[in-house]
Design a protein around this ligand. Structure first.
Ligand SMILES: Cc1ncc(C[n+]2csc(CCOP(=O)(O)OP(=O)(O)O)c2C)c(N)n1
Ligand SMILES: [Mg+2]
Length: 386
């Protein structure tokens, strides 16, 4: 029998775990639940970040389907888990992301044209085309470039946290990971060192139900992802990741504890990847469409929107206008980024070392010869040349 991967409920799941919540599915504060103490402006900035993330996903997927960019990994359905957790860190903190947290870079100040430019891998891409696209970085918002090798960002986050601790900087590091990444050796190494050193790091595990085609129920025999922290000697918590209020409250508590010298935490956010693993994936081959429908009905943007409406801080027409204005903003960024020049080939080698090494010069020259001989592969309009 297939076990469906359904949204968290008020009663314990089959492993006896209840995911913490603050808001009901309809956005009502639950009786007795403590709301995070946020200004209306901060709530609205989180909501805006969530809607912008959804808009970016939709438009990037269209660009990918048009053959104008190569790859997209979306956060659709994960917006509360991504943005409300990211919003709990301060500007001086550093984010070590996984695939789906580009919205946090934008929330923290990455210009949209750089985000889209990284998707196009053109001159607006601050990684200068040396990364695959959809691998954002933004120095100004302390958002570190991700590596596709699952889990590798975690020891880096812990190392940076240890350095900040030694320097008494009061800086907290955020290490994002997926449910699948909890099985990586890097998660184990990072959590071990973080626990021993009491490093100021918060591991934010976004359980989006799947690691490509492996359901998160089959990923581990642990009681829950949050409970894994116990083995490493620090607190872990399991949270309804579609409840932006609960996500913010619990992440913020972990950030505050880390900053005060209380060491690391693991915040596990139960949510769901509504779309495929990436633009190269067809999820209908391995999952039951009924669970996707169940999670669509538990939409995190609608839930936070309903809460904000209830509070009188957001009206339905303002929400619609916000979405339209964000769509227009992203369209402008796409127009600007799409018109930007390609990176010169030299950018591949230019500032890798203080001086370009003879080997890199030789590789660059060889590439120029190949292009002269076979032509520019990007000239094949609207279709992939490979
Ligand atoms: C070290 C390593 N092993 C395998 C892969 C192939 N791979 C790419 S994404 C992925 C699953 C990741 O799942 P999860 O951590 O849940 O993140 P999600 O994609 O669901 O956000 C795997 C196994 C990889 N990129 N790196
Ligand atoms: Mg996953």
């Amino acid at each position: 029998m297939t076990i469906l991967n359904l949204p968290p409920a008020a009663e314990p799941n089959s492993r006896g775990v209840v995911h913490l919540r603050v808001l009901s599915e309809k956005g009502e504060p639950l009786p007795g639940a403590v709301l995070p103490d946020l200004s209306p402006e901060k709530w609205l900035s989180i909501y805006r970040g969530m809607v912008l993330t959804r808009v970016l996903d939709g438009k990037m997927l269209i660009l990918q389907r048009q053959g104008r960019i190569g790859f997209v990994g979306t956060a659709t359905g994960l917006e509360a888990a991504v943005i409300a957790s990211g919003a709990a860190f301060e500007p001086q903190d550093w984010i070590f992301p996984a695939l789906r947290e580009g919205g946090v870079a934008v929330y923290r100040g990455m210009p949209l044209v750089e985000y889209v430019g990284q998707m196009f891998l053109n001159c607006h891409d601050t990684s200068k085309g040396r990364q695959m696209n959809n691998h954002f970085q933004h120095r100004g918002s302390h958002f570190v470039s991700w590596s596709s090798c699952i889990g590798t960002q975690l020891p880096q986050a812990v190392g940076a946290a240890y350095a900040a601790q030694i320097r008494s900087q009061g800086t907290v590091m955020c290490g994002y990971l997926g449910d699948g990444a909890t099985s990586s050796p890097e998660f184990h190494a990072a959590a071990t060192f973080a626990g021993v050193w009491k490093a100021p790091v918060v591991f934010v595990c976004i359980d989006n139900g799947w690691a490509i085609s492996v359901p998160s129920s089959a990923q581990s025999a642990s009681r829950s992802f949050g409970s894994k922290a116990e083995a490493y000697g620090f607190p872990g918590v399991d949270v309804d990741g579609n409840d932006a209020a609960a996500v913010y409250r619990e992440t913020r508590a972990a950030v505050d504890r880390a900053r005060a010298g209380g060491g690391p935490s693991l915040v596990a956010l139960k949510s769901y990847r509504i779309l495929g693993h990436s633009s190269s994936d067809d999820p209908t081959r391995y999952r039951d469409p009924s669970e996707v429908e169940a999670w669509k009905a538990a939409d995190p943007i609608d839930r936070l929107g309903a809460f904000l409406e209830r509070k009188g801080w957001l009206h339905a027409d303002a929400a619609m206008r916000l979405r339209e204005s964000l769509e227009a903003e992203v369209d402008r960024a796409i127009d600007e980024a799409a018109a930007a020049p390609k990176l010169p080939l030299r950018a591949l080698v230019d500032d890798v070392y203080a001086r370009v090494t003879p080997r890199l010069v030789a590789q660059h020259d060889e590439l120029v010869r190949v292009l002269d001989r076979f032509g520019d592969p990007t000239a094949a309009e609207g279709r992939f040349p490979l």
